[in-house]
Structures are given as structure tokens and as C-alpha cells.
Design a protein around this ligand. Sequence first.
Ligand code: ARG
Length: 466
Amino acid sequence: MSDQNAKLWGGRFQEPTDAFVERFTASVGFDRRLYRQDIAGSIAHATMLCKVGVLSQEERDAIVDGLAGIRDEIERGEFEWSVAREDVHMNIEARLTERIGATGKKLHTGRSRNDQVATDIRLWLRDEIDVLDAELLRLATGLLDQADVHADTIMPGFTHLQTAQPVTFGHHLLAYFEMLMRDRARLADCRGRVNVLPLGSAALAGTTFPLDRALTAELLGFDSVAENSLDAVSDRDFAIEFAAWASTTMIHLSRFSEELVLWSSAQFGFIELPDRFCTGSSIMPQKKNPDVPELVRGKTGRVVGHLNALLMLMKSQPLAYNKDNQEDKEPLFDLVDTLRDCLKAYADMVPAIVADKPAMRAAAVRGYATATDLADYLVRRNIAFRDAHEAVGQAVAHAVAANCDLAELPLATLQGFAPVIEADVYEVLTPEGSVAARSHFGGTAPEQVRAAVIRGRARLSNAADE
Ligand code: ARG
């Protein structure tokens, strides 16, 4: 049996809460993580209540003082969290009254836990978004630096995971830079909808007190005040949106992870991941496993799962607040923790990736990656593309049978497939010639990659970009 005196809502109850139900309904085990936002929100609320004449200056000061003392207790690890007090909000409020006496009971005037919790999570998420964006920026910078170093490093480009055309490694890395730039833009957009103040909506219908919600918003750094009290206490779109951002970002990291895992295998041998990002096998002495990319790839499932959890949490919920919403916190917390770790791992690891340039180039040469260049060469000599495609196809079949590369076929043999071929054909058959020829905005030519890196740096330093 629980101590019913601990309940701030105990007045209308005839029997104590069942001990199991008390544990089942409590959220303090996880929402205590919001203590700093809860206290900041309460200080702003009390300050506003004083400004509009609902609290006296002495009452406001006692409350603010008491709350600051509680924050210290929590940070020193001396605060006794109580399951009987259900959640972070009632733990802190009850402790305030213990500390400062009856004045503590006035703090909840014109407020409900419904608008309080919505305010706390939004404050918390807003600050976490800024931390996540800093990691995105660090990773994007690392990609630009590597792209610059590898602006003319040749590798095979793939479609269907079959060798397609030569590309530069820098160009390949810049593809991930573009994904990250979109992720940053989406996160900034999401932040705008997170940073809206629900407080003042009270339980659902607003309050009879003359609150100054604009003042509370200003004190807490919110961009705007929620327009509709019913919506404000029940809206979790901002959490869903954040989870969708997190999922999209993780999908990008999972694609990169998959490539790093493949590239670091003996079969590809394109890159070496630093030892400090890998682990060994307890049975196979030769193994060096790319655990970090593998784990990031795996955590993508968990992140997308949280998105689904939040969507289903909201499905068919009638207005306004429902206890279901208490279930928003654990997925949100885990999303933030997971994204922060994965982005940190990548931001630390990307600058340390070492490319094996000869192995990458050899792979580009092996797969007939310049066949399209030969076809384009024929087109420039007035052969229709379809006919050129056919002629080159036959040349490739011949080279496959001869177990050699196109560039290794003698001129006379090549001329057997298309008489217009001349000695200058060998320039387009090299991967260097192939990438250099794709020199237009967005192309893989080294000079284009260098230009894209310069534009990328300007985009990063311009905070208002995208
Ligand atoms: N712990 C609750 C939550 O996380 C706080 C709001 C509770 N409101 C209520 N009316 N029971 O959602």
C-alpha cells in the first residue's frame, strides 16, 4: 500500500492506489531526466504569475529560491525520487512545499501537468536538437575534408552493385554530404515547430487567471506561443517529426555503413578503418571487424521502430491530453541518445578513413567501367548511340573471352568492332580520362569535386543556408 498523503491529487480518493498500479502508472523512473527543464519552466511560470499580480514578490522569490535549491539537491545526487509522487513534476513540487512551506502550494496556479509536461519536453528537445546539429556539422566538415583529399582518387561507381562507371572517391563522399545537408535543413525546420510554448493551456481549456503567455515564452526562449489550448496539451507532432528526421538521418548513415563494411572487406579492400574503431574476434586471430558501422546500421532499425511507436501512440487519440502521451518519453530519449552516439561515432571516424588508392583504381579498371566512354567516343564520330552501344557490347564480350581489359585490346581488334576508332581511343579508355570528361556542375571530374568542396564549405559557414 502506498502513502496516499504523498499524492498531490489525493483529496477525492477513498482508498490508496494499488501498489502495482502505482508503479505501473509512474513515470519518474524516466522523466526525472527532465528535471532541469521542469525547474526552468516553473521559475518562468512563477515569475510571470508575479508580474501579473497572482503571486507576491516574496512568494515568487521563495519559490525561485526553493526550486534552485532543489536543482542543486538533484545535481548533488541528494534528491530522493519517489514513485509514490508519480512523476518528475510532482516530485519537484512536493519537495518545494517541504522546503519552503505553504507558498510552494501556490506554484501550480493556472497550470496543469498537461501543459507542464509538454513544455518540459519541448524545452529539452530544443536543446538536444542544437547538440545534434553540432554533430551533423562536424560530420559534414569531415566529409568535405576527405572529399578534398580524394578529389582525384579513382574508384568504381556502382549501379546494382555492379561496376558501372569510374567515379572519384571525393565525388562519392560528397553524395553523403548532400544527404547530411538535407538532414540539417529538416532538423532546423523541425526545431521551429518544437520551439512553441504550450504553457498557459492548463489542463485543456486554458485558465481563469490573467496569464501573460508571451512573457513566459520570452523567459524560456520560445519563438512563439501555441494558439490553441486543446491542441497544445495533446500535440506530439513535434516528436513524430523529430523521429522522422532521426529515421531519415539513420537511413543515410546505414547506407554509408553498408559501404564501409563492404569496402573494408578483403574482397573489396578499398579502405582501412582505423584499429581504434574496430574489434577483433575471440576465435579467429586474423579478424578486424568494422563494428562501428555495423552497429550504426543495426541501430537504424531501433530508431525507425521508435518512429512507428510514436505514430501509433497518437493514432486515434481523442482530444485533449491522454495518459497514453506519457509513453512518448522513452522513445524520444532513446532517439536522442542513439542519434548523438551514432553521429559522434561517424564524425570521429570519417576523418580517419584511409583509402587504398591502387586497389580502388584497379577495381575500376577491372569491371569494363569505361565501356560507356567508348560508346560516347563512337557517338562523337557520328555513330548513333544504339549502334555504338551494340559495337561496344561486342568489344566487351571479346575482352571478357580474352580475359583482358578494353584498354588492353590492340587498336586493330577495336577497329574490327568500329572502323572509326583511332589511336586516341586509349585516352577515353582510362579511368582518369573517363572521370575528367564528366566535368559539369554535379559531375565526378576532379575539378568539379574541388569546386563542390569550396561551395560546401561556404554552405556550412552560412548558417542560414537551406
Ligand atoms: N507524467 C505525465 C506524462 O508524462 C504528466 C502529465 C500527467 N497528466 C495527467 N493528467 N495525469 O504525460
